[in-house]
Design a protein. Structure first.
Length: 144
């Protein structure tokens, strides 16, 4: 069971992540308002414009294949492919990890492109699912 205090901490981390993501997207894509919103579900953050479609679960309560110290990337899409946006996003995600805190990143229900991308960055498949998991340290090692 998660206590009210745990849920408040999770909501606080989610809000902090949304603020950090907003600043990152403003700089990366030159948007004045990068369309970052808190999701309908607790601990979720959405960002969608003509250039990107992103959806995250910020240190969610333990469920499925990951623990609560995991940032879950539920959707990652960029209109322009092979421009380094995914790699830059991963650099941002690993950079803000200590301040939230989370120690792992999961790519949820990875399609073929996401699997190839994740594999290059040290992600491994979780069991029989299409979810991929890596520690922040492992991703940092592959980004260098």
């Amino acid at each position: 069971m998660h206590t009210t205090e745990d849920m408040l901490k999770a909501e606080d981390r989610t809000h902090t992540f949304a603020v950090l993501l907003t600043e990152y997207l403003k700089e990366a894509f030159s948007y004045k308002r990068p369309a970052v919103t808190l999701g309908i579900s607790p601990c979720t953050v959405c960002a969608k414009t003509a250039k990107y479609d992103l959806y995250f679960r910020v240190t969610p309560p333990s469920a499925l294949d990951w623990e609560s110290n995991t940032l879950v990337v539920s959707r990652i899409g960029f209109t322009q492919k092979r421009r380094g946006y995914g790699k830059d996003l991963m650099q941002f995600l690993t950079g803000v990890a200590p301040s939230l805190p989370y120690t792992h990143i999961c790519i949820e229900q990875a399609n073929l492109d996401a699997k190839a991308f994740g594999t290059k960055l040290g992600f491994t498949r979780l069991g029989e699912s299409n979810n991929m998991l890596a520690s922040v340290e492992e991703v940092l090692k592959h980004l260098r």
